[in-house]
Structures are given as C-alpha cells and as structure tokens.
Design a protein around this ligand. Structure first.
Ligand SMILES: Cc1cc2nc3c(=O)[nH]c(=O)nc-3n(C[C@H](O)[C@H](O)[C@H](O)COP(=O)(O)OP(=O)(O)OC[C@H]3O[C@@H](n4cnc5c(N)ncnc54)[C@H](O)[C@@H]3O)c2cc1C
Length: 342
C-alpha cells in the first residue's frame, strides 16, 4: 500500500505520510491505537479522502486509513430498525443496504462519496437529509482519555456541515455508528424542487425508496455532484466552499441580484457559494491557475489536473474567497479539511 496521500484522496494531491496504517479489523483497534498513542504527532484518520486536501509535503505522523466493514440491522418495536455500520464502510454501501431492506432515512444521501465514519464529522447531508437526523449513537476512540466512549447526538454539537468532531480534529476517532431508520417502501418527502421535477412528482410527495435514490444519483450526475471515475472532473473533493451564513440585509441584496438564498437544516440563512463565485466572474470550466479549474459542470467544484499542487489549490481557494469578500462583503470558508502538519 502506497504511503503517498495522493493515492488516498480524491483530489489525488498530497505527499507521503511518515507511516500509513490500514485499519480493517474492528477487534484489532486496541492494538492499533496502542502502537501510535505515544507518537509526538497525533494520528490523522482518513476515510475515502473525498473531503481532504493533503499537503504537498505530506504528513510527519501516522495516517490511519479506516477500512473496517460490516452493516447489521436490529428491528425494534413498531417500524423502527437500528442499523449499525463500521466506520470504514462506504456511505454508498450503507445507503444501498437501507434501500434494499426498505428502510427510509438516508435515501437522499445516495451518491455521496466517502465513508460512514467521516459522515458525522461534517454532518454530511444532501437534498434535505443529513446524517445527524437519524444517528442514535456513535462508538468513538478518545485519544485524550485513551479509551473507547459512546456519543449520543445531543453531545455532538451538530450543525450545518459541522460537529464536535470537526471542531476538535484528532481528539476522537469514530469507530462505528448506529442509525435509527424507519421500515417503509416510501422515501421521505422530496424537499428540492429540481429533484421533484426530475422524479415527475410534486414537491412534498414521497416516491418509492429505490426511485428516490436513483433520482438523486441521476440528478447528481447531471449537475456535476457525482465523482466520475475518469475525465476532466475526476480529481475533486466536491464543493470547495460552504454556503456562507448571511444577514437578512445581505439576503435582500443577493436576491435582488438574482442569487439563491436558503435556510439550512438548522434554520440559518445562507447564500449559495456557487452563485457568489459566478458573481465574481467564474463559471463551469473556468481555468483558475495552472492545473486548477472549475469542474466542467459546476462552478463550486474545483478540479485538479496535471501540474496542480495542494499549495496552488489552496492559493486559488484563498484568492476566490478574497474576491467574493471584496465584491460582496461575504466570507467563504473552505469545505475540504486540510491534512497538514501545521
Ligand atoms: C463528488 C462529491 C460530492 C460530494 N457531495 C457531498 C454532499 O452532497 N454533501 C456532503 O456533505 N459532502 C459531500 N461531499 C464531501 C464528502 O464526500 C463528504 O464530506 C464525505 O462524508 C467525506 O467522507 P470521506 O470518508 O471521504 O472523508 P475524508 O476526506 O477521508 O475525511 C474527512 C474528515 O473526516 C475525518 N475522518 C474521516 N474518517 C473519520 C473517522 N472514522 N473518525 C474521525 N474522523 C474521521 C478526517 O480526519 C477528515 O478531517 C462530496 C464530495 C465529492 C467528491
């Protein structure tokens, strides 16, 4: 297994890790933790690398690739079912499992790359669903207390694309999660107009589970929200900026200029980061620096090409954020997490 971080991140950027360990057997966690716990640099845990920007110089400590597998279901009273998934399972495998078992709650997360264990970190979500909505508990390893612990959602400080795990990088490693799903042939109500349109149903209707997941996958492919295996958009980490929170006065200005404004799942008013990038002159396919462009389908997704480095990618992010701030007074914050020694 290569220790080059570029081989383990979807942007395919990043130098070597001093040591790269792959964690596959849940029962072997205590031994693995024991081997790295006293190292001077805290270990960095990597899932699918689809939300990570790794430094060109690599990482001076141990990187643990989370690759544990396993999904089990436990029916409760009524229609509720608790589904336990190991952190290294691909999120797409968990969604496929739920859909095939007629379990509703995560069907709109279809097509999001990455692992189950990373999903609570940024409270991964799409099309009105987010992982925190159906999480009941997480098993984590606490690197400070050197012990396994259980978290319940109330203790996770979940917000829009954030959590206690994102706020305290390196403190906890998520080992497994338990979701409470609902036995049903129908998906949750569709809350996105373009998805309702693509499915040919009214907003608020509940399509069959498999149709909802298929509709999301098709919509993602069409709008540049899927990760292609090859081609000009293959090297990417999805959206590079979070939709920024804005004041009502800023929202009026954005709306008057034709921009999109939406309340997030936590009731905070946000502008579309993609629209703000377009406001400052960018569009799908824009070339931003040698080796860095907007994806061919979507301004908010930046793609890496021959000649790209993590440093140049970062410079582009900083300069885009500055341009948007100078034009609108709104700050954009990067969404991908930096894998860096600093
Ligand atoms: C095409 C594309 C579309 C995307 N669409 C969406 C979307 O719709 N919504 C969305 O929210 N995101 C989206 N993303 C971003 C990304 O896929 C998600 O955030 C995903 O949950 C990241 O999973 P990962 O395993 O790849 O994380 P990684 O990039 O491996 O890690 C991300 C962060 O989580 C930490 N981490 C990983 N595993 C663990 C663990 N077990 N314990 C503790 N910390 C851990 C890492 O240290 C790092 O800080 C998209 C990305 C791409 C490329």
């Amino acid at each position: 297994m290569s220790d080059l971080l570029s081989d383990h991140t979807t942007l395919r950027l990043g130098g070597p890790a001093a040591r790269l360990l792959t964690h596959t057997d849940p029962a072997a966690w205590p031994d693995l933790a024991h081997t790295v716990i006293d190292e001077p640099t805290a270990p960095f845990v990597l899932g699918g690398g689809s939300n990570t920007l790794a430094d060109d110089t690599g990482y001076p400590g141990t990187v643990i690739r989370m690759a544990t597998c396993g999904i089990t279901a436990r029916p409760l009273d009524g229609s509720a079912v608790d589904v336990t998934a190991q952190a290294g399972e691909p999120l797409s495998a968990l969604v496929a499992f739920a859909v095939s078992e007629n379990l509703s709650g995560i069907e709109y997360l279809a097509g999001i790359p990455g692992t189950v264990g990373a999903a609570p970190v940024q409270n991964t979500g799409a099309y009105g669903q987010q992982i925190s909505d159906i999480l009941t508990r997480l098993t984590v390893y606490d690197w400070t207390r050197r012990q396994v612990a259980t978290f319940h959602p109330a203790g996770c400080s979940f917000g829009y694309r954030t959590s206690i795990f994102k706020a305290h990088p390196g403190r906890w490693t998520i080992l497994q999660i338990v979701l409470r799903l609902t036995r049903s042939m129908c998906a949750a109500p569709v809350t996105y107009q373009h998805l309702a349109h693509a499915l040919g149903i009214p907003l608020g209707a509940r399509p069959p589970l498999a149709e909802a997941a298929q509709g999301v996958l098709a919509d993602r492919c069409q709008r540049g929200l899927a990760l292609p295996g090859d081609g000009p958009d293959a090297r990417q980490a999805g959206s590079v900026f979070l939709n920024p929170p804005i004041t009502t006065a800023q929202a009026d200005v954005v709306r008057a200029a034709g921009g999109a404004v939406r309340h997030d799942d936590h009731g905070v008013l946000r502008a579309s980061a993609g629209w703000l990038l377009q406001m400052v002159g960018h569009h799908p396919g824009s070339r931003l620096a040698p080796g860095v462009s907007c994806s061919t389908l979507r301004t908010l997704t930046l793609t890496a090409h021959d000649g790209a480095t993590a440093a140049s990618f970062n410079t582009v992010l900083r300069s885009l954020a500055r341009d948007v701030f100078n034009a609108t007074g709104i700050w954009l914050h990067p969404e991908p997490i930096r894998l860096t020694a600093a």
